[in-house]
Design a protein around this ligand. Sequence first.
Ligand code: 5AD
Ligand code: SF4
Length: 447
Amino acid sequence: MEPKTYFIRTYGCQMNELDTEIMAGQLEKRGLVPSSNEENADLLIFNTCSIRDLAERKVMGKLGRIGRGQKNHAIIGVTGCMAMAKKDALFRKFPHLDFVMGTNNITELGAIVDEVLYTKRPVFKTDDHFEENLDYLIAKRDNKLKAHVSIIRGCDKFCTYCVVPYTRGQEVSRPPESIVEECRRLVDAGYKEITLLGQNVNSYGKDKPEWNCFFHDLLYKIDQIPGMERIRFMTSHPIDITVELMQAVRDLPSLCEFVHFPIQAGSSRILKKMHRIYTKEQYLEKVELLRHYVPNVSLGTDIIVGFPTETEEEFLETFEVMKQIRYSIAFIYAYSPRKGTPAIRWKDDIPEEVKQDRLQRLMDLQNEIANEERQHLLGQTFEVLVERHNKDGKMLKGRTRCWKKVIFEGSEDLIGTLQQVKVHSYGHQTFIGELASPLHSLSLSCR
Ligand code: 5AD
Ligand code: SF4
């Protein structure tokens, strides 16, 4: 029977969130409506993540439980990275699954559901290559102010710990005209902030040299769209951060002064073993160059502790680099061996308690740095995109260009606008401020 309602549970990164929005758009075009909970849905999709073991375990637990209860009426499918990593093995473990659809088959969701309905057999599609024929405009976005826009899918970097090149395949850039057109429509529909997405956005255009449009070229095109207020991008590989990109961050009015610049480790030996293709020194030089061009830039990072053979001294190099760079945001992870990656052949030799201890030490350091940064920022005025009411329903809430949360008092009609807010205190990971008078001078520092 044709399903009438759907529910998609999303795990993992922003790329998955966007894929969920695209799948929801496809289903709604077909006439399905969202179900308020997964128990009642006629079509239930788990859009999954494989980046670390914990992410997979969460889905496996969920699939096991759902299997026992819900099978009688719902079509159940697994999409996303686990579909690619586990493929048809998922059917053996969860015989109640109706389909497994890989990250490169997202255009085929409708056809896959049809096949399940008509054949009453499990359907399995996990192509290795992505054909750039996806209708992004169909995406069903709940947020009316901020949108994710995909510019490149896949990753060609092959860091030794990472499953992404295997679960998302080779890099495929999306044509610039299609990206600009989507951004233009979003701006016309009232969107104020667009985050350009890719596993490595800086590789944009390298797979299509004939377009002669690389990442910074694309940014210039998007910045020119009338009414474009804010552009962000996620995520970057340090090796591909060019001087042209740094200049774009400096020069383009809508491009936010925040760069996610994941170092992963502070020791050049570990970086080599991770196949990150830069040394600590080269990374530090690039950060210096970026700060030379954009002195007020905020930096984010990802770090893995406990990579195979990482010694205490090598860990301390990571610690020192964090102290030196002073990131605004750091995502810190314990190494998790992934099947199919080159690193799986090395023994996972750092005991869990050592990994956790290293993780904790870096988190404590990052908290200290973030506290000092906050103190330094108090009294300054920032541009805030006002997104909604705070939980208390009284204050308004938004983010600065450098991704800091701010709450302040103001009337509801400010939601959806950009305001200057002077911050005076801090609590619960959020700055508290007040609307600055129009004559108030703008803060130069984002950090
Ligand atoms: N173990 C731990 N962390 C990982 N990441 C990627 N693969 C692994 C892994 N096997 C982290 C990296 C990456 C972020 C998205 O996830 O830091 O930048
Ligand atoms: Fe994974 Fe490295 Fe590609 Fe990032 S650059 S997605 S860490 S392989």
